[in-house]
Design a binder for this molecule. Structure first.
Ligand code: F6P
Length: 358
């Protein structure tokens, strides 16, 4: 039977979303002869009963397929709103568009919303995980994370030389919400001296002591500090500044504290990478993941499955019940993980040795 399958992107954008759309449309069309409809602006498109038929090579310019390497999402997205207040209208929109199934691409917040909708609407539904935060449970990787890590590492590659030239402490604030995966992965790959993540509270004294040791013992006059936007300060840490959110982010806050606590005249600078981390051309791995996820999602629909999320486990794509994903999300960094131990064993300061248990 020819299906009409909707596809939408929800939550903050990231590199690789268009590559997912490309894979879904190609596989659904070529293998199953289905029609794929792009729903604009996530569930708002369903609410407003809007959809555009997507064709393979639909955006071709003289045979060039731009979707594989184009950042953002051609469907548009929203990461705020009161979707759950409009649940019945959204379900009605799905039926008005005569959809047989839906593929939703989102992070953990969007997945929770999709789950409510698909249960109440009795939809055939498959989720594909994406977010630069990499905090969706039951999958080792989500679309967008690898590119964001590479973007941060590229920034660190640049900052390290200007830091060294001026004997500066360079603080780089990265995204990730309450999860430290972005900071941890990019900090290790970029050779940071200090990596501060939400899962391991840090003390100002600990950071200052480490910077002093680098300078006095190892004669390193510069340092690179990667701090997650959600980093947590230990309760017993000193606090000299009046620097407070939202005017003052985590990076700026730490800079003020370092200026106060150091015995040396430390020159500190802060770079907040912000939405640069969400943009850009998807990495080879994100394209591969996006393509594999898109193909697998279509096959799950073809075999009559629903309420599943495609996931990357041990180098393979598997299907995981959406309920199980949501029960364990957001998935945070384990303070005892191999990567944390690796960073520490190379002398990186990562906060309290004995993290407070939640
Ligand atoms: O969840 C992705 C993310 O980029 C977070 O890392 C960040 O905290 C947030 O979205 C930023 O959201 P906005 O685009 O609304 O500023």
């Amino acid at each position: 039977m020819q299906k009409r399958v909707g596809i939408l992107t929800s939550g903050g954008d990231c590199p690789g979303l268009n590559a997912v759309i490309r894979a879904v449309v190609s596989h659904a069309t070529l293998t199953y002869n289905w029609q794929v409809l792009g729903i604009p602006y996530a569930t708002r498109g369903l609410l407003e009963i809007k959809a555009t038929p997507l064709r393979i090579h639909g955006l071709d310019l003289r045979g060039i397929d731009p979707l594989l390497n184009m950042g953002g999402t051609i469907l548009g997205s929203i990461n705020k709103g009161d979707t759950l207040a409009h649940i019945q209208e959204i379900i009605a929109g799905y039926h008005a568009l005569e959809l047989d199934a839906l593929i939703g691409i989102g992070g953990d917040g969007s997945l929770a919303i999709f789950n409510q909708l698909q249960i109440q609407g009795n939809w055939q539904f498959i989720a594909i995980p994406k977010t630069i935060d990499n905090d969706v449970a039951k999958t080792e990787r989500v679309v967008g994370f690898d590119t964001a890590v590479n973007t941060i590492v590229d920034a660190l590659n640049r900052l390290i030389f200007t830091a060294a030239s001026h004997d500066r402490v360079m603080i780089v604030e990265v995204m990730g919400r309450n999860a430290g995966h972005l900071a941890l992965h990019s900090g290790i790959a970029g050779g940071a001296d200090v990596i501060l993540i939400p899962e391991i509270p840090y003390s100002i004294q600990g950071v200052c002591h480490h910077l002093a040791e680098l300078r006095d013992r190892w004669e390193r006059k510069f340092a690179i500090v990667v701090i997650a936007e959600g980093a947590q300060i230990a309760a017993d840490s000193s606090n000299y500044t009046s620097c407070e959110k939202p005017s003052c982010g985590m990076g700026q806050y730490l800079a003020e504290e370092i200026r106060h606590c150091s015995h040396h005249q430390i020159d500190v600078r802060v770079s907040v990478l912000g939405h640069i981390q969400r943009g850009g051309i998807p990495s080879a791995f994100d394209r591969l993941l996006a393509t594999a996820f898109g193909k697998a999602a279509v096959d799950l629909l073809a075999t009559g499955q629903s309420s599943q999320m495609v996931a990357w486990q041990n180098g393979q794509v598997v299907a995981v019940p959406l309920d199980a994903v949501l029960a364990d999300s957001p998935c945070l960094v384990n303070p005892d993980s191999f990567l944390v131990q690796t960073a520490r064993s190379l002398g990186t300061y990562m906060g309290m040795e004995k993290p407070a248990t939640a």
